[in-house]
Write a protein that binds this ligand. Structure first.
Ligand SMILES: C[S@@+](CC[C@H](N)C(=O)[O-])C[C@H]1O[C@@H](n2cnc3c(N)ncnc32)[C@H](O)[C@@H]1O
Length: 241
């Protein structure tokens, strides 16, 4: 078990490390999220390359190295300043590891390693979550741990979700629409994974008081033909407005 206290200590020493400063409220919440996902990761075993995508400062990736002993990490992030933060924190790792920093878009296939062991994305904004799924499928990762966030029209399945809401007569009240659209967007993601042969579970990985975006999609590549056929059939229904 990785505890939030373990993560807090590493956030302080690797990412903050300025005398007299302490973790802010949002850092404490981030520690709870990161500890929960590191626990998930620990249960999968330490096989193959770990990819931390839409990584920000790569709390998740670097702490998987530091606290779980992962030996090869690829960090994909489009913001150069964030990657600078990652580079600085890498210097504080106390375990040896190969860490590759890749600047650019999630959708850029050239940034991705072949057949990674685990792809992780914590709060991949909007369409970035969809690009993570597509890349994990294309690169034949073994596992995917994805926490989507930021829902809106940039998401590829958004228009389908809106069409389904109209078809079913979902009231135009903002909250009713939001809940329905978000559920359909996540259902489309799950169905895309399952139709491609990935066994997928969707679970709240922390309490909603820690983050309202607390849905974890946990998927593993199985490629079981009967399940794929059934999932493809359900997917056709989901996408037929
Ligand atoms: C909400 S932050 C989450 C960061 C980190 N995973 C965490 O939870 O601390 C989202 C990060 O994803 C990056 N990002 C968003 N869309 C991206 C894309 N299409 N390609 C690469 N990085 C992206 C942003 O620059 C940002 O650093």
């Amino acid at each position: 078990m990785v505890s939030p206290a373990d993560v807090e200590a590493k956030l302080q020493s690797m990412f903050i490390d300025a005398a007299g400063t302490s973790l802010r409220r949002e850092d404490l919440k981030k520690a709870v999220e990161v500890a929960a996902l590191l626990d998930e990761l620990a249960r999968l075993g330490r096989t193959g390359t770990l990819v931390d995508v839409a990584a920000g400062k790569s709390y998740l990736g670097l702490l998987a190295v530091e606290l779980l002993g992962f030996e090869h990490l690829v960090v994909i992030e489009r913001d150069e300043r964030r990657l600078e933060d990652v580079r600085r924190a890498m210097g504080k790792l106390t375990r040896p590891a190969k860490v590759d920093l890749r600047l650019g878009e999630v959708s850029d296939a050239s940034l991705w390693p072949e057949r990674p062991g685990v792809v992780m994305a914590l709060h991949a904004c909007g369409a970035a979550s969809d690009a993570v799924i597509d890349a994990a499928l294309a690169r034949e990762a073994k596992w995917l741990l994805l926490v989507p966030c930021c829902y809106g029209p940039a998401i590829p399945s958004w228009a389908n979700a809106q069409a389904q809401a109209e078809r079913l007569g979902i009231p135009h009240h903002a909250e009713a629409q939001k809940r329905f659209l978000h559920a359909l967007v996540d259902a489309e993601r799950i169905s895309r994974l399952e139709a491609a042969g990935w066994e997928t579970t969707a679970v709240p990985f922390v309490a909603p008081t820690v983050t309202p975006h607390n849905l974890l999609l946990r998927a593993r590549r199985l490629k079981e033909p009967a399940r794929m056929a059934e999932a493809a059939q359900r997917r056709r229904r989901l996408l037929t407005a």
